[in-house]
Design a binder for this molecule. Structure first.
Ligand SMILES: *[C@@H]1O[C@H](CO)[C@@H](O)[C@H](O)[C@H]1NC(C)=O
Ligand SMILES: *[C@@H]1O[C@H](CO)[C@@H](O)[C@H](O)[C@H]1NC(C)=O
Length: 367
């Protein structure tokens, strides 16, 4: 199981009906940083992999009806957040950087599939550098933001006015830092030593955005990856006690919780340092865990554990026939699945998480 050629990363609809027209005009612009959970096309545009499966159907089949570079069948959490505030779907920075002024005036997405919070150097020093899908880590994304900022405002007064109605979403990021390590066989105990570095990087980046003028920031935590088809098929156990009541791997979920606890503590310190900013923690873990806790109640007729698109095996995750590769096929009705391709979720699942964050109780304070 450890002989994976490439580590599995966070890489790789339905018609929106406005039931009650409650679009909030709170934010004019949204800026997003992160990995494949939020990437709306940067990885694809970066050309890091020429034949990446996310550049073709069935990726994108449900909502956009063509591949956009999103690692899902349809919209992502960030797309639902944009809809909520009446902001257009965020254009990927690498696609619009030449014409930012005309195209990025409602925000920009800097997230890149495969991105890590830590700089590539960390992974090169540990001998894992060649497993990285992209070098566009969080610090690169911040550099892009600074470049973009020059096109929207110059004086502090101008920038303050511009960013007053901007929402910054810093993540999810950091999941891949652990994924790369998990899939080359690093133990959970060893991984725990990485957590302070990953959390420190996320919190430093958040502070830097505040220094640059950000006033409203959402920092999401990590997901219950122990419920992910790719983890379940790669780290499965004969021992029933390794699983929780929802069939998820306890140890991997506990690790995500450990990261989240450290992140929340660090954000609390950041709030004391920057009382002028609203630093909101988004509990992606809790919002996502509901999918696995009450799948049938949420219309996930096939349960939440198996991937919709895959090449067979117990969780429909086959590492030699991953979604988009020969031997795989997508399910008939992705809206009845939570997991899309083993590592990423379906539009249905992302909508559920977005709703939990925007309207439910899964944030430290309302967004
Ligand atoms: C990342 O940078 C290293 C060192 O410059 C380079 O060798 C490698 O090809 C880059 N990786 C990607 C995915 O671009
Ligand atoms: C996984 O995919 C390979 C390649 O298509 C195939 O030969 C194998 O039978 C599949 N395994 C399962 C368990 O379906």
């Amino acid at each position: 199981i450890m002989n994976m050629v490439k580590p599995l990363l966070f890489l790789s609809s339905c018609v929106f009906t406005i039931v009650s027209a409650t679009i909030s005009l709170k934010y004019d612009t949204i800026f997003s940083f992160g990995d494949s959970i939020a990437d709306t096309g940067n990885f694809l545009h970066s050309g890091a992999l020429t034949n990446t499966v996310i550049g073709s159907l069935p990726y994108g089949e449900t909502f956009f009806h063509h591949a956009t570079g999103r690692c899902s069948n349809g919209r992502l959490i960030i797309d639902f957040i944009a809809e909520e505030y009446g902001v257009p779907y965020l254009p990927p920075y690498l696609e619009i950087k030449e014409s930012l002024k005309s195209k990025g005036d409602h925000g920009v997405n800097f997230a890149v599939a495969g991105a890590t919070a830590l700089d590539p150097k960390f992974f090169y020093d540990k001998g894992m550098g060649r497993t990285l899908w992209t070098n566009n880590s969080l610090s690169t994304q911040l550099g892009w933001f600074k470049k973009m900022k020059q096109t929207v405002c110059t004086t502090k007064h101008e920038c303050d006015r511009y960013f007053k109605k901007s929402l910054f979403i810093v993540g999810e990021i950091g999941g891949n830092d652990y994924n790369y390590a998990f899939f080359v066989g690093t133990t959970i105990n060893d991984l725990k030593r990485m957590v302070p570095f990953v959390v420190g990087t996320i919190v430093t980046a958040t502070g830097m955005l505040i220094e640059e003028g950000a006033k409203e920031l959402v920092v999401p935590g990590n997901f219950p990856v122990g419920c992910w088809a790719a983890f379940l098929s790669s780290f499965g156990s004969q021992d029933k006690s390794a699983y929780d009541a929802n069939g998820c791997l306890k140890s991997h979920n506990d690790f995500s919780k450990y990261h989240n606890t450290q992140l929340k503590l660090a954000l609390e310190k950041l709030r004391q340092k920057y009382p002028q900013a609203r630093i909101i923690y988004a509990d992606y873990y809790g919002a996502a865990k509901e999918l696995f806790h009450i799948p049938h109640h949420l219309g996930l007729k096939n349960g939440a554990l198996s991937a919709c698109c895959g090449g067979g095996g117990p969780y429909n995750f086959n590492n030699t026939a991953r979604c988009g590769h020969v031997g795989s096929k997508p399910c008939k009705d992705p809206s009845t699945y939570a997991n899309w391709d083993g590592m990423h979720l379906t539009e249905t699942a992302y909508r559920h998480i977005a709703t939990g964050v925007l309207k439910g109780s899964f944030t430290s304070q309302p967004i």
